[in-house]
Design a protein around this ligand. Structure first.
Ligand code: IPM
Ligand code: MN
Length: 350
């Protein structure tokens, strides 16, 4: 019996999560597994009403679940940074979800802005370190408000943090068993402390994985190759900030925010899965947003729980929907409503 904590969150989060849960229900019936869910109301609206972001007792309660399914956080009525820090980053850090796993896979029938590239070219995974780097919020102002002001923003990289992420990436590349190639994406030519540590650690760990080919690209060049020759990549491992940036580029080349999902993973603890597109306030309540990213996040949940069959079922069905049904992945242009897309995924489950 799986226990899933659900935070539908803000904006279109609840609508897309609802479709994910419909799919979960259908898959569980087909494969005869059982689960319970509990809905948590955290998010922008709850914060505006109560001033509460994520109380300590919520953390304790989440600990009793197998994983967390998150819709979206982001509310235009709340000052930027508050929900991001208080909810999303708080969960990532609090549960030591030190891996951010983001598949970049172009499904058949999906439009990509990259001319002459297709599903056989765009199929890689970005493993983003999720607990360190610039995201630790270390730094200070000096001479604030004066003409001599200085703002320091520290990127913190620990040997332990870097090594566990790199090890995960090697293991993942081996398990994925595709091209067996792991690319380190960094900036060794300028950020000579952080990327010295990353590169040394990468090269040391690589010695234990002789079956995995390795290479290195600077982050700026990575962006270039992702557009020019995406087929070169199998698995990319990088730090928190670079990973944030290149996975938005990745989402665009795989068809946009309507399809991109990610996992915040603690391999020994509580992991959290989410569509990475945000709360899309202007589409809220209109039944036009694309739920496939949330459904793909659910697919990652099943994979994580060891329900590989269910995960494959969902992915195959999503591919059928993208290749045979949807006109576009963009909100309002799919040719179907949010709930109809959910229904189609269920219809094609096999
Ligand atoms: C993401 C988002 C978050 C991040 C924001 C909302 C804090 O952009 O999940 O990529 O920067 O990690
Ligand atoms: Mn981002």
């Amino acid at each position: 019996m799986y226990k899933i904590a659900v935070i539908p969150g803000d904006g279109t989060g609840p609508e897309v999560v609802n479709e994910g849960l419909k799919v979960l229900d259908a898959v569980s019936k087909k494969l005869n597994f059982e689960y319970t869910i509990k809905l948590f109301k955290y998010g922008g609206e709850h914060y505006r009403k109560t001033g509460e972001l994520l109380p300590d007792y919520a953390f304790d309660e989440f600990r009793t679940f197998d994983c967390i399914y998150l819709g979206a956080v982001g509310d235009p009525k709340v000052k930027p940074g508050i929900l991001e820090k208080g909810l999303l980053l708080n969960l990532r850090f609090g549960f030591e979800q030190y891996i951010n796993l983001r598949p970049v896979k172009l499904y058949p029938g999906v439009w990509t802005p990259i001319k002459d590239k297709g599903p056989e070219d765009i199929d890689f995974v970005v493993i983003r370190e999720n607990n360190e780097g610039l995201y630790v919020g270390e730094g200070e102002f000096q001479n604030k408000g004066t003409k001599d002001e200085i703002a320091l923003q520290v990127s913190r990289n620990t040997r332990k943090g870097v090594e566990r992420c790199i090890r995960y990436a090697f293991e993942y590349t081996r398990k994925r068993n595709k091209r067996k190639k792991l690319t380190l994406c960094g900036k060794t030519n300028v950020l000579t402390y952080a990327w010295d540590l990353w590169e040394r650690t990468f090269n040391e760990v690589a010695k234990e994985y002789k079956d995995i080919k390795t290479d290195y690209t600077h982050v700026d060049a990575t962006c270039m190759w992702m557009v020019k020759n995406p087929e070169w990549f199998d698995v990319i491992v990088t730090d928190n900030m670079f990973g944030d940036i290149i996975t938005d580029l990745g989402a665009m080349i795989q068809g946009g925010m309507g399809i991109a999902a990610g996992g915040n993973i603690n391999p020994e603890g509580i992991s959290m899965f989410e569509p990475i597109g945000g709360s899309a306030p202007k589409y809220t309540g209109k039944n036009v947003i694309n739920p496939l990213a949330a459904i793909c996040a659910l697919q990652m949940i099943l994979e994580h729980l060891g329900e590989a069959k269910g995960a494959a079922m969902i992915e195959n069905s999503v591919m059928k929907v993208t290749s045979e049904k949807l006109k576009s992945l963009s909100a309002g242009k799919m040719g179907y409503s949010t709930s109809e897309v959910g229904d189609l995924v269920i219809k094609f489950l096999k």
